[in-house]
Design a protein around this ligand. Structure first.
Ligand SMILES: [Fe+2]
Ligand SMILES: [Fe+2]
Length: 175
């Protein structure tokens, strides 16, 4: 999944098993222009929000399929878990960064409901994905998987970015 290519077209380039099934499950979401616009939104430093959601969705799909869970609802909910359009780092907007972690699940859920026909599990996955920060736990096992995968991906993207910054600094100092 780390070889996901971000491009201007709507195709997903992921060399992993079961990818055709995964693409079919999230096809309507991944090809929606509003979702595609998340490619222009930075999530964790140099990675787009679209890339992050796609990654969380794929790992969730894969784990849920292995565990015999509802991988369809899990993948679809995960693909929309960060479906918001603002920049959470924007210091000009009062409280933006401070309250982002608590409020963006509900914003993502509202945006998702406006555009897609979601089942109760998909809605719960989006709403509870920041658990345990947001106190109320997910109602289903798939929701717990998304909370774990999201944290794994966010941490992984952050560490990669720190490594990149360190190597750029070292290269710069060696010139
Ligand atoms: Fe989130
Ligand atoms: Fe996320």
């Amino acid at each position: 999944m780390d070889n996901t290519k971000e491009s201007n077209n709507t195709s997903l380039t992921i060399a992993e098993p079961c990818i055709a099934e995964f693409k079919e499950i999230i096809k309507d979401i991944a090809s929606n222009p509003n979702v595609i616009s998340l490619r222009e939104r930075t999530q964790h430093e140099n990675k787009s929000r679209y890339y992050h959601c796609l990654r969380v969705s794929y790992y969730t799909y894969y784990l849920c399929k292995k565990l015999g869970l509802d991988y369809v609802s899990a993948a679809r909910g995960a693909m929309l878990h960060d479906f918001y359009f603002y920049d959470w780092r924007d210091k000009k907007v009062e409280g933006q960064k401070k309250f982002h972690a608590f409020r963006h699940p509900n914003i993502a859920l509202k945006n998702a409901i406006d555009l897609f026909d979601l089942n109760d599990k998909e809605k719960d996955i989006i709403k509870k994905h920041m658990w345990p920060l947001t106190i109320v736990p997910p109602k289903c096992k798939e929701g717990y998987i998304v909370t774990l995968v999201d944290k794994y991906c966010a941490t992984n993207e952050f560490i990669k970015n720190v490594k990149n910054k360190i190597s750029i600094k070292i290269n710069h100092n060696n010139k």
